[in-house]
Write a protein that binds this ligand. Structure first.
Ligand code: ADP
Ligand code: MG
Length: 565
């Protein structure tokens, strides 16, 4: 099997520089450092009062205190805003990459992420990236830069105070790292469990009728209960670790501040006449050192509060990267769709030459040297029992998976990864169970295509005999997966989608009537034949009666067809 390499940079570029992000970091660090001049002003003001200075002596320090306070608030707000915006932009980029990579995987690739898991990662888990970028990263930056600057301000006044701070501080990151390492593992386990539970729930909700009819409701409910219980225990483990890390931090920072306070107090009283370069600290100096001690620990506390953001953020980043990784089987021409409007050209000729394809892990190839020519406007039935490779053949013609060998030419254009998207735009696929989205009938026909209006969609619905249903339902939403529609109505809806796509001149129908009763199947076939006038039609079916209504029957049981190539 050919493994088409990914054609674009679907994976997030890790080394990408984000100037907005680093500006946000600097702004927030600068805001934290504004406490230095504020503390100096406060210490100076108190010193002047102690010296018996009047109210006028206090004016300048007070003004400085307020001025720097305002500056600090402004810088902090700007920094946080910038960081948050950058985080949202980064998150959108990661989500875009992951969705694009998912869309670029062939529908035949059995190794695709389960939709429940993908939905849970993209919608819920991805949100953790915001907190990681907007909270944790600035906190980490502040925790490395701000204490060093404060230490550099304390050390020239008192080496002993600096020593106390230095001794208390490294213990904090050490313990936090130990705890955080456990927290990441716990958080990863929690997210994996959450994704699995989402996937399990989505899957079981979809198959609720099967579960009910098999009498397995109680067993399924028990499993959901067991999974929910496991999730609860994992969430508690994460919380326990978070509590532990904050307890460690509070203990060491309280000890550090208390020791500095005791030292400064006794030094001012003359009981500990050493530790400062000149032997004794003056009152403003002592006060300044004292005021800086809590500020020294503040960034570390902030880091600790954001610590669990790190674990969940990194887990989310990894999960998004895993989703964004290219799959084993790429959908040819899926990414960077050309701005291509299907031409209103004539029905194309379809030439298949020596097609080969084997599914992953299959014992024998589903197609081995299959050749066929379908004339423009011809209606061909590909007839064969189940499991002979009819769906695989249609998928290859539709360019949903790369063929392992052979050629596909549609209207003279060869199917390659470069042309696949453009060629697909000229096709309509009608499956056995067309997907119905939760939304009104007309929206289900338009499918968000901007060039198809509501009037046009309703006309198509009436043309496929869905007029009475439309009159009854109006704009009311049809249930997900066609809930509330009969099998025949669902197929008529798919035919209405075909009716509004005049540029699609090749119709591929995969057992469109397999699960319908004779009468409905006949009506659907009539509608399909009428709608495919002027188009080339290839229908895969195991029903000889329906196949007989086509211009030609190609039997599939004989796997090696040498139909003139
Ligand atoms: P048909 O449409 O004629 O019933 P298919 O093309 O669906 O046959 O399947 C042909 C063979 O390939 C079958 O043996 C089937 O089990 C296998 N097959 C189909 N789809 C996949 C898949 N996505 N992964 C692995 N094997 C597959
Ligand atoms: Mg099939």
């Amino acid at each position: 099997m050919t493994h088409t390499p990914p054609t674009t940079d679907a994976s997030p570029e890790p080394g990408r520089s984000r100037p907005r992000a680093s500006l946000a970091l600097w702004l927030q660090a600068a805001a934290a450092l504004m406490w230095l001049p504020q503390a100096a002003a406060l210490a100076l003001g108190v010193g002047r009062i102690a010296e018996g200075g009047g109210a006028t002596a206090m004016l300048a320090p007070a003004a400085a205190l307020i001025g720097f306070g305002a500056l600090r608030a402004g810088l902090d707000a700007a920094g946080q805003r910038l960081a948050f915006r950058d985080a949202r932009a980064e998150l959108s980029r990661l989500r875009f990459n992951a969705t694009r990579a998912l869309a670029a995987r062939s529908p035949l690739d059995a190794g695709r992420a389960p939709s429940g898991l993908a939905a849970s990662v993209l919608a819920e888990q991805a949100e953790a990236v915001t907190a990681y970028v907007a909270r944790f990263q600035p906190a980490r930056f502040k925790a490395t830069a701000v204490p060093l600057v404060i230490l550099a301000c304390v050390a020239p006044l008192s080496w002993l105070a600096a020593l106390i701070l230095m001794a208390a501080a490294p213990l904090i990151p050490l313990f936090m790292a130990l705890v955080g390492w456990r927290a990441k593992a716990a958080s990863e386990r929690q997210f994996v469990a959450m994704g699995e539970m989402n996937g399990f729930l989505l899957d079981r909700l979809r198959g609720l009728d099967a579960i009910r009819s098999a009498g397995a409701v109680e067993a399924t409910a028990q499993r959901v209960r067991a999974e929910a219980d496991g999730l609860r225990r994992r969430a508690m483990a994460v919380l326990r670790i978070a509590f532990l890390s904050s307890a460690v931090l509070e203990l060491f920072s309280a000890l550090g501040v208390a020791l500095v306070a005791v030292y400064v107090g006794f030094n001012l009283l003359g009981q500990i006449p050493f530790g400062a370069w000149g032997g004794r600290l003056s009152l403003p100096e002592g006060l300044f050192v004292l005021l800086l001690a809590p500020a020294f620990f503040e960034p570390l506390r902030e880091l600790s509060a954001a610590w669990h953001d790190r674990a969940s953020g990194q887990a989310a980043l990894e999960a998004l990267e895993r989703l964004a990784a290219p799959g084993r089987m790429a959908l040819p021409g899926a990414v960077d769709e050309p701005a291509f409007a299907p031409p209103f050209g004539p029905a194309p000729v379809v030439r298949l030459k020596g097609l080969r394809f084997a599914h992953d892990g299959a014992e024998r190839p589903a197609l081995d040297g299959f050749s066929l020519v379908v004339a423009p406007g011809e209606r061909v039935a590909v007839l064969g029992p189940s499991g002979t490779g009819k769906s695989t053949l249609l998928a290859l013609i539709a360019g949903l998976a790369p063929a392992a060998g052979g050629r596909i030419l549609i209207g003279g254009a060869e199917m390659t990864p470069d042309t696949a998207a453009a060629l697909r735009a000229r096709m309509v696929w009608i499956g056995q169970t067309p997907h119905v989205f939760s939304g009104s009938l007309s929206r289900n026909v338009r499918l968000g295509r901007p060039d198809i209006g509501r009037v046009q969609a309703e006309r198509a619905l009436r043309a496929t005999a869905l007029g009475p249903l439309l009159d009854r339902r109006g704009d009311a939403a049809v249930g997900e997966n066609g809930l509330g529609l009969s099998g025949g109505e669902t197929l008529r809806l798919a035919l209405a989608r075909l009716a509004v796509a005049p540029g699609a001149t090749l119709v591929l129908a995969d057992e469109p009537t397999a699960h319908l009763d004779r009468e409905t199947a006949r009506q659907i076939m009539d509608a399909l034949i009428a709608l495919s006038a002027g188009r080339t039609l290839i229908v895969a079916t195991h029903d000889p009666e329906l196949a007989a209504r086509m211009d030609r029957i190609v039997r599939f049981d004989d796997a090696r067809l040498e139909d003139a190539a």
